[in-house]
Design a protein around this ligand. Structure first.
Ligand code: GLP
Length: 241
């Protein structure tokens, strides 16, 4: 486990983007695991700039997103499909046929979970997984629990996550109660993991993930057992370490 500290969230984004760019330069057909939320936005902005400047070419890259809300139309402005399109995909030369976000509206949810894990395996597995972290220590939508769930699965969102994500929706009632998420095993199978955390509202989750017990009550704590994990933190997120 390596921890890198930066003064600002902008610098965290630049560092993450450089690592992703280096990965793509080394392996142009890299498979990226991508995250949503406010935290990776500076990373995506920097990747867009690097792509525009001709430094990094996404034409052979494949991506798999971590998660999606259940029951939200794909075209809804708060869907993670829409987020990825607006924040990254529509600004870079990635082939949209090579981008993947789980289907939160599948009639057979179990089949969709199995299909998504299988698609990652068939693509050769994830080279670099980008993660944010929830205020309760969740990664993807793996909420605090008594167990770590291995594969892609359907999650009941906790009240804390519904409240945290309410800012993107008209009201708390409009926040979906369920999501489809990669499991902890699928995340841990990535060859490299880069967790980004910025802002003081992540300081407690980061402290629990890095300094306290490895427990499914803080799902991100398992990352410490990964052989190649980087925590990129700004000073505020690292404030309790
Ligand atoms: C959501 C996503 C997570 C993300 C988290 C934190 O719950 N499912 O993948 O890490 O929010 O989001 P933010 O970066 O906006 O704080």
């Amino acid at each position: 486990m390596q921890i890198h500290l930066f003064d600002t969230s902008q610098q965290v984004g630049q560092a993450a983007a450089m690592l992703i760019a280096a990965q793509i330069l080394q392996k142009p057909d890299s498979v990226l695991g991508l995250a949503t939320g406010s935290t990776p936005i500076p990373t995506y902005q920097e990747l867009i700039r690097l792509n525009r400047d001709g430094v990094v070419d996404f034409s052979r890259v494949t991506s798999f997103n971590l998660d999606e809300y259940c029951g939200l139309p794909v075209e809804h402005e708060c869907s993670y499909h829409s987020f990825m399109h607006e924040q990254l995909f529509s600004h870079i030369n990635i082939d949209l046929a090579h981008t993947h976000v789980p289907d939160g509206n599948a009639v057979d949810q179990q089949a969709e979970c199995a299909r998504y894990d299988m698609a990652i395996n068939q693509a050769g597995g994830i080279d670099v997984q980008i993660l944010g972290i929830g205020r309760n220590g969740h990664i993807g939508f793996n909420e605090p629990s008594d167990t770590f769930v291995y594969g892609c699965h359907i999650v009941n969102l906790t009240q804390s996550t519904i409240a945290a994500n309410r800012r993107f929706f008209e009201s708390e009632d409009a926040v979906p109660r369920q999501a489809i998420s990669l499991g902890i095993g699928s995340i841990m199978n990535a060859r490299q993991i880069i967790l980004l955390a910025t802002g003081s509202d992540k300081a407690d989750a980061i402290h629990r993930a890095i300094r306290q017990d490895i427990t499914p009550r803080t799902q991100a704590s398992i990352l410490r057992t990964h052989p190649n994990v980087l925590f990129l933190l700004d000073k505020a997120a690292a404030g309790l370490l």
